[in-house]
Design a protein around this ligand. Structure first.
Ligand code: MN
Ligand code: FE
Length: 356
């Protein structure tokens, strides 16, 4: 049941008062679309604050990573096969623009709807991280002297990338144009669907074939600079996704009337559709096996991570596949040790606390 809220504390106008904010009265979505002074403390959602601190502790910039060896390898005509070059370009093609999709949705939809200050603190951090990720692909494309229009326009020329982007974009209807009413069941469900499409599907499924494919080069000491950056992005993304799932589950707990079986089935179907799209993308990236990878293995991995996401959303598993790439969890879970790809010593400050 939506609780009574003190409108003067949360909506448009500021009111002069000696009444203090209590953590108990905070909600993730209090009034929706509040443009007000937010009191960060007392903090109610400690997870949001901790994800913010984790994000800050993991700060990095792409330009700190040397691209020298990558440039030498890429310029050497015999270093990569044509199939391998195709994989690398397809991965860069998807990531180069998908990062902006996520950043735009944070700023243009999520930030407006979620008015809890500690959640907003994290969203501001995440929005900056998405900018860093977009910067990363600009830096990679420039360093390798790739045809920038080929990479950055790929989402409009390649059907598999286009369909993934379309899937995410289709979940912004009524949210960005502000026609949804968050005080209704339908409105909240639309917003939850948007959060699932971005945090669970885009950041939690659509990025993962690219991570596996690119990091597989890194495991052979190929494209070490790109792979080091992808590793940092993966670490950031796993925090983004965990924050998002916690946000979704908290919204559901605070508004249980919207979490009905029909809506749960709808979300399961959407996630299964996303798995299909990701498998088509993986197939197009990888028409023939390279690097000891093939489509069945990638498909198994995509299904495996989709099941993990479903479980965290308290929805039923659909695939029961096992993890064919246990080394991926090692990449995510690395704490303080020599960098996985041995390019430099890296201080991993919080990686060990991450669940993915
Ligand atoms: Mn990102
Ligand atoms: Fe992200």
């Amino acid at each position: 049941m939506p609780e009574e809220v003190n409108k003067s504390e949360c909506s448009g106008g500021i009111r002069m008062t000696r009444e203090r904010v209590s953590a108990d009265n905070k909600k993730v979505i209090l009034n929706g679309r509040t443009v007000d002074v937010n009191q960060l403390v007392p903090i109610k959602y400690k997870w949001a604050w901790h994800y913010y601190l984790d994000g800050c502790a993991n700060h990095w910039m792409p330009t700190e990573v040397s691209m020298q060896r990558d440039i030498e390898q890429w310029k050497n005509p015999s270093f990569f096969t044509e199939d391998e070059r195709h994989v690398i370009k397809r991965v860069l093609g998807f990531f180069s623009t998908a990062e902006t999709l996520v950043g735009n949705n944070i700023v243009l939809s999520i930030y407006k709807m979620v008015d809890n200050p500690e959640c907003r603190q994290y969203l501001l951090r995440q929005a900056f991280e998405e900018a860093i990720h977009s910067h990363t692909f600009q830096y990679i494309v420039e360093s390798l002297s790739l045809d920038e229009s080929e990479i950055f326009n790929m989402y409009r020329e390649n059907k598999e990338i286009y369909e993934k982007d379309e899937f995410s974009m289709s979940c912004t209807d009524g949210i960005i144009d502000e026609s949804v009413d968050l005080s209704t069941k339908e409105g909240l469900q639309k917003f939850i669907n948007n959060l699932v499409a971005f945090y669970v599907v885009t950041e939690g499924i659509f990025f993962y074939s690219g991570f596996v494919l690119m990091l597989s080069f890194g495991r052979q000491n190929r494209m070490p600079g790109v792979c080091e950056q992808i590793q940092y992005i993966l670490r950031d993304e796993s925090i983004h996704m965990n924050f998002g799932i916690e946000l979704i589950n908290t919204i559901i707990d605070e508004n249980p009337y919207c979490w009905i079986p029909e809506f749960q089935d709808f979300l399961v179907k959407r996630i299964k559709k996303a798995v299909e799209l990701e498998c088509s993308y993986a197939q197009e990236c990888l028409p023939r096996g390279v690097l000891g990878l093939n489509l069945p293995l990638l498909k198994e991995y995509i299904e495996y991570i989709a099941d993990r996401r479903l479980e965290k959303l308290r929805l039923p598993r659909q695939y029961n596949s096992s993890n064919p790439f246990p080394w991926m969890s090692e990449v995510i879970d690395l704490k303080k040790e020599k960098n996985f790809f041995e390019t430099r010593v890296t201080e991993y400050q919080t990686g060990g606390t991450l669940e993915w």
